[in-house]
Ligand binder design. Structure first.
Ligand code: NAD
Length: 325
């Protein structure tokens, strides 16, 4: 079966290999595909892999040979899964490849706020320590994490991994989740959402983007936060009302924000957070450690192999079996 990868570049910019996928059938890998290129490129494909290239109902209808869609990510909102189900096309995702990497970047942001390591190292490099009258100096408040309260919103896989790291740093952990937790790790306490905002020194977002969680960080909730508190968002940009957050940062309403995601990616120049005070933005890299991308590619290839063997795995649209002959 013909395999077409529509946008392979971010998963494999050259440091991984497609050979295991190529072993499964004739395979064409495109770095990225503009919307108008999708149908011409995929018209002979039985198997399509996509990361962020949209496969709408209209596009799926124009691909009569299509038998399988593999999403190269956990979130699959870019595929019209109902339109695929209607045509008995299984859509698969890769559920858990980046949990530890995402939890890790929460602390990359948090430790950056605690010590501003890169900033201080830059002042040393530019000669300031050499000419300092004292044996040390610092430009920003230096913060010890032990004893602070980490408030986690969304206590699933990444939320729990973040809790574990927080406990290792000596932080107290409170969490809010709409689902009742069957097991609560030692050192973690459930809390109401308003309590999370009022009492946390750090709030870290780990819930998915849904109609309920859109703008879960808004003006009213930012008003509830401690002036010394930090917000970390590694989940999805639209969880945050970006103008409200920019105002809260610029008005010293909260201490800082570490963001790996924005509402529009790549962001427009006018995004109010781009120049907000003490706002540190990384370009959606939490998932992209080499270890996580290796796991992602491995599972994506296994998903295709399982489909070809007639037993599709990690199916997200309820299409369980498919005659592949
Ligand atoms: P998960 O499904 O294991 O956990 C999500 C948790 O959020 C669940 O426990 C769920 O009950 C809870 N939740 C749902 N709605 C809620 C609400 N209204 N309020 C509070 N909690 C709610 O998912 P995960 O693997 O932990 O991933 C979490 C999110 O991380 C994903 O949805 C994705 O958006 C994001 N993510 C980002 C990156 C990145 O590169 N930045 C990578 C992977 C995942």
């Amino acid at each position: 079966m013909n395999i077409v990868v529509l946008d392979g570049y971010t998963l494999n910019p050259g440091d991984l290999t497609w050979k295991d996928l190529e072993a499964l059938g004739p395979c064409t890998v495109h770095d990225r595909s503009a919307p108008e290129a999708v149908v011409p490129r995929a018209k002979d494909a039985e198997i399509i892999l996509t990361n962020k290239t949209v496969l709408s109902s209209d596009t799926i209808k124009q691909l009569p040979k299509l038998k399988y869609i593999g999403v190269l990510a956990t979130g699959y909102n870019i595929v019209d899964i109902e339109a695929a189900r209607h045509k008995n096309i299984p859509v698969t995702n890769v559920p858990t490849y980046s949990t530890q990497s995402v939890a890790q970047i929460v602390f990359a942001h948090l430790l950056n706020f605690a010590h501003h390591t890169a900033h201080h190292a830059q002042t040393v490099r530019s000669g300031r320590w050499t000419s300092s009258p004292d044996f040390c100096y610092w430009d920003t408040p230096l913060i010890e994490l032990a004893g602070l309260t980490m408030g986690i919103i969304g206590f699933g896989r990444i939320g729990r991994a973040t809790a574990k790291l927080s406990i290792a740093f000596g932080m107290n952990v409170i969490f809010y989740d709409i689902a009742k937790s069957s097991s609560i790790p030692e050192g973690c306490q459930p809390a109401g959402i308003d309590d999370i905002f009022r009492t946390s020194d750090v709030i870290s977002l780990h819930c998915p983007l849904t109609s309920e969680t859109k703008k879960i960080i808004n003006r009213e909730r930012l008003e509830m936060m401690k002036k010394t508190a930090f917000l970390i968002n590694t989940s999805r940009g639209p969880l945050v009302d970006e103008q409200a957050l920019a105002d809260a940062l610029n008005n010293n309403r909260i201490a800082g924000a570490g963001l790996d995601v924005l509402s529009e990616e790549p962001p427009g120049e006018n995004n109010p957070l781009m120049k907000a005070r003490n706002c540190c933005i990384t370009p959606h890299i939490a998932w992209a450690t080499i270890a996580a991308r290796k796991r992602l590619l491995r599972v994506a290839v296994d998903n295709v192999a399982s489909f070809l063997a007639g037993k599709p795995q990690n199916v997200v649209n309820g299409v369980k079996t498919k005659d592949v002959r």
